[in-house]
Ligand binder design. Sequence first.
Ligand code: NAP
Length: 250
Amino acid sequence: MILDKFSLKDKVAIVTGSNTGLGQGICKAYTEAGAKVVGVSRRPSDETAELCGKNFYNVIADLSDISVIPAIIEKTLEKYGKIDILVNNAGVIKRQDSIEFSEENWDSVLNVNLKTVFFLTQAVAKQFIKQGNGGKIINIASMLSYQGGVRVPSYTASKSAIKGVTMTLANEWAKYGININGIAPGYMATNNTEALRQDGERSADILSRIPAGRWGTPEDLQGAAVFLASSASDYVNGFTLAVDGGWLGR
Ligand code: NAP
């Protein structure tokens, strides 16, 4: 039955940035769809644990450094014995005029949004290959995988790159039954956009361009996140899907 293909029953998912925002919404959706979820966060994901119930396990790790990756894999395998799904959701944004943009604002964003994403993905893919059953990887991209943005050069670099790398890895790993896709959220009401939403002029500008007429919510991302983690999407590979209230089509 088609709806059974969307089920994540008995799957094990790692979701980074699980304490808040879009990551929290994805953890909740996955446990509702039947998965066991390892949420990775640098602060405790207590609220997410409460929302998800017994099938949620929190691993604390600061993803600005790739040295934490082996422990994330080990703790997941110790707790649940396998990995089926990885969602690279954790991300940071730094806003500064490009003419003044600092090295710190460049490196801190590229480290979390691109370098750690790549090496965590590589480590999980090695485990998928060892397990021999394929797997699903979802990279949380952005409208700035498709557009330039303003005052966010390191963020745009990271999110454009992640869309490209998603295609590279799909090309290389499809033969192992691994699907790797992206989701490009539109303008969602989370901590990531707090500064934008506080800026009356920018906020009104953005809102007037969203055909849906409202900012997105973590719930808006849940359907795409479950679809791309499930066997319903087995022939979807290397694509970054916009969930944006129509923004890109405008
Ligand atoms: P958010 O509420 O700021 O969530 C970002 C998550 O990443 C938080 O859990 C954050 O932890 C975590 N994180 C950041 N740096 C980390 C590090 N060094 N180690 C571990 N975790 C780290 O914003 P969000 O909107 O939910 O963002 C989720 C993803 O969606 C990000 O990749 C973002 O770029 C992307 N996105 C968001 C929007 C939007 O409009 N909101 C649009 C396009 C793409 P802390 O809470 O500890 O900082």
